[in-house]
Design a protein around this ligand. Structure first.
Ligand code: TYD
Ligand code: MG
Length: 458
């Protein structure tokens, strides 16, 4: 009998300590250390886990230009959104962590992927739902396939046994927090279990060159549950986000060894599963009969995709002593900065006003090109003057109140033109190098935030 060994793990960041500590020295969180039983494996144990085809491995050093990748082309994924976020299909042997809050649609998206990849043998391992529940979900999505295997199992050793039998070409794990390995005695979902199970899956992925998707839950703070080490281990981290009360879901890559992390995919949750949204601009802008104050349209860019987004602001006199600032879909600190710029440069007394900001559709925007639209929405609400519906904006705002240029301005202008806008206000620095004559839309340059007010309202 081996001796029981215990170690303390920080449940937030995965740091280890021999004794209990109140404050984690690594992530500075309080009361996150939990004792977990660690059972030391013997070396021989581990070698028998999987004996799948090992053609992908090589232990000798090899010249870089001699490494062949031609035998392992990316697996084409049905659907443009996922393809774009993954950087162009699934890389063989890659380990992808797919995170999101409960109920956001992770299982649905993965099952949909599995059902649509008809010519691949896929194993979908679920530790959360029974086979019947998965079948019911598949029926709801309405696609049938003959090559998808379902396994309800949480023990990794049993999973690898099934893998040896089926030899799947793609493995989906729903979810990593439900798995447990016999080599560690702590309970499923604990840091050491999650880490160990992920390590086993990583070895399987690399040695058999099979891509693996692991679903992972997100903690209430918004980070992937389990230790940060999971993020270091995997090749790609995908995040599925969005407001559960909204129908739109955003798919982002927060880490991607095989592609850009700027790309975003948009889905809409419907009765029959998730539908891709290929024309986001048309959905995110509300068509109003009459212009309303406090609304401005921004031409933003997510990755390489231009997108028009409606920003809304409500400015009202503070009812209580301290004015409130609230923001949905936009960074609150950046909002404070923009309000301070407005106050200093334009003389608007916003310090005594409540300011509420909302980005339509429950979308979170990181592109700084939205700044100008947001500021104009605030001004419009403050003055109760509607912005004409044919104007949109695309520029960043600097601390001195200058209107700063944004990247890929031509794409943003084209998108605005495509959607029928007649005027776009951009930074005057952005006009260098672009040919205004190529566009039918009127391009209005602005240099300072002070000028914008008269450009819109005359
Ligand atoms: P689910 O994929 O189970 O979420 P997760 O795995 O991230 O916890 O999806 C849960 C929600 O999606 C659930 O509230 C019901 C809804 N849903 C639909 O609206 N339409 C559908 O076709 C499906 C399958 C689910
Ligand atoms: Mg689920």
């Amino acid at each position: 009998m081996s001796k029981t060994k215990t170690t303390f793990f920080c449940q937030n960041c995965g740091a280890q300590s021999g004794k209990w500590v109140g404050k984690c020295p690594s992530c500075n969180e309080w009361n996150t250390y939990v004792e977990e039983i660690v059972h030391k494996e013997t070396k021989n144990d581990r070698l028998q886990i999987f004996n799948v085809n090992k053609k992908g491995i090589s232990n000798k050093s090899i010249l870089l230009h001699e490494v062949g990748t031609a035998n392992y082309p990316r697996i084409a994924v049905p659907g443009k959104e996922l393809t774009r976020v993954l950087g162009g299909g699934i890389v063989p042997g890659s380990l992808v962590l797919f995170g999101g809050e409960p109920g956001i649609g992770k299982s649905t998206l993965m099952l949909q992927l599995a059902l649509r990849l008809k010519n691949l043998k896929i194993l979908y391992v679920s530790g959360e739902e029974s086979e019947q529940q998965i079948k019911m979900r598949a029926d709801r999505i309405g696609i049938t396939t003959g090559s998808l295997f379902i396994l309800q199992e949480t023990n990794t050793q049993n999973i690898f046994q099934q893998i040896n039998e089926i030899q799947p070409q793609l493995l989906i794990i729903d979810s990593i927090q439900t798995l447990h390995t016999a080599y560690i005695d702590s309970s499923p979902g604990s840091v050491s279990q999650v880490r160990e199970c992920a390590a086993e899956l990583l070895r399987f992925a690399k040695e058999s060159n099979t891509p693996v998707f692991m679903i992972g839950h997100i903690t209430k703070e918004g980070s992937l549950a389990g230790p940060k080490v999971l993020e270091h281990m995997v090749d790609t981290v995908l995040q599925f986000e969005g407001d559960r009360n909204h129908i739109y879901r955003l798919l982002r890559a927060t880490k991607n060894r095989f592609g850009s992390t700027n790309e975003m995919g948009i889905y809409e949750m419907q009765g029959q599963g998730l539908r891709e949204v290929t024309n986001p601009s048309e959905i995110l802008i509300t068509n109003r009969d009459a212009p309303t104050s406090g609304v401005a349209i921004a031409s933003t860019l997510e990755g390489n995709r231009p997108m028009l987004i409606e920003t809304q602001a409500l400015v009202s006199t503070a009812a209580y002593g301290t004015p409130q600032r609230s923001s949905t879909g936009f960074d609150l600190r950046r909002l404070s900065m923009l309000l301070a710029v407005l106050e200093k440069r334009c003389g608007f007394k916003l310090g005594i006003k409540d300011v509420f900001i909302n980005i339509a559709g429950g979308i979170r925007v990181e592109d700084p090109g939205i700044d100008l639209a947001l500021v104009c929405a605030v001004l419009s609400s403050n003055e109760d003057l509607p912005i004409p519906q044919n104007i949109c904006f695309s520029a960043e705002i600097g601390l001195t109140g200058e209107i700063r240029p944004v990247s890929k301005i031509e794409q943003r202008i084209s998108e605005a033109e495509k959607l029928g806008f007649e005027k776009i206000i951009v930074s005057s620095y952005n006009l260098k190098g672009i040919n205004i004559k190529n566009f039918k839309i009127e391009i209005v340059p602005a240099g300072k935030i002070e000028e914008v007010f008269s450009l819109i309202f005359g």
